[in-house]
Design a protein around this ligand. Sequence first.
Ligand SMILES: [Mg+2]
Length: 414
Amino acid sequence: MLGIKSIFGSYPHRQKVLLFTEITRYFSSKGGSGKPKKVENEVHPISRITVYKCDLPLKEGSYRWSEGKSVSVFDSTVVRIDTATGITGWGEVTPLGPFYLPSYALGARSGLHELAPQLLGMNAINLSALNHFMDKALKGHNYVKSPIDMACWDILGKVCNLPLVSLLGGRHGEEVDLYRAISQLPPKEMAENVRKYKSEGYNKFQLKMGSTVPEDIARIQIVREKILTDANDVLVADANTGWLTHEALQIIHSCKHLPNVYIEEPCPSYAENQCIRRQSSYHPLILDECIDSVQQLVQCIHDRGADVINLKISKLGGLTKAKELRDLCIRFGLAMCIEDTWGGDITTAAIAHLAHSTPQKYRFSSTDFNSYNTVKTAHGSPIRDNGRMKASHEPGLGVEPILNILGDPVASFQ
Ligand SMILES: [Mg+2]
């Protein structure tokens, strides 16, 4: 049997302290008996599902990407789930407008009207059965299911008195590296924004591409040659499906001499992106929009069709399915950007737990969405420090939503 010394022996000092804190918090909450509470057979029936709509304006005024798409105020849907046993969990979904993926804010709330009444009475902590049921009850529409799944993970964490980072696999390292998305502007203005955010501690940047070929080439060249001059600086040129294959090939060939440049989702389909991969091997390829299911990920792994994938929680249907894909990526040696389409403090907390429970080698980057918005929707969510964030040590997601910010519910099912 392992002793305490052997359990802690392989951890660095800082991690020993954090691990000991989590273990003592867990056992001290069990009435001092020293025995963990048995949750295996517990039932926490869903007794009420409440839906809120929350606007998230942007500090920069707008967020622009390929083909002229932009959003100035994100429309977030927050879901509260209460159980008959008195536990509350929170989830959130925020589509990137109606034209990024096949998802939109009103669709999220409309889908919840369809799904929520059917979930009343189900055991909130039986996440596998819950997801199986949701997939049978509503075909597709992953993003509708995501905030429900997220809220039920929050409930599971509170039942177990453990942070989600522990339930999702355990904490890896002290903090999670973040990237900063740079909204599409003329090349020199984007370069200035990269300089500004670099001074705040970021060293990974995702530049929004997809206007004209000369402008996109200028964006990459100016930022790489003038601003991101350190060896560790990373530039991701994200076309968000905005290039045709001939445009992508021109841009990639023009920048082939530049180091540490990654190309993200150049074209709309997986087949087009594989065409780009076959014809240009200068820069690593990140796939995002077209990796939208475990089936597509398995195809990509089989083809070695990407060097990094962008794993978005709501695109896949919640933390349960995101974890499934995350674990496959680890198994098959594929790095990930772990994030979501957008979100406020609740989504940022969920990202932090999933990312922080992923081995560092496979964490390409993550996003602190809560730092892009002017509105704070919950206490306890991660706060960026020098381009990095940490998952909470509190049970569940570790967030306490601010009810007067969320306002009156837009729907309630009980
Ligand atoms: Mg992307």
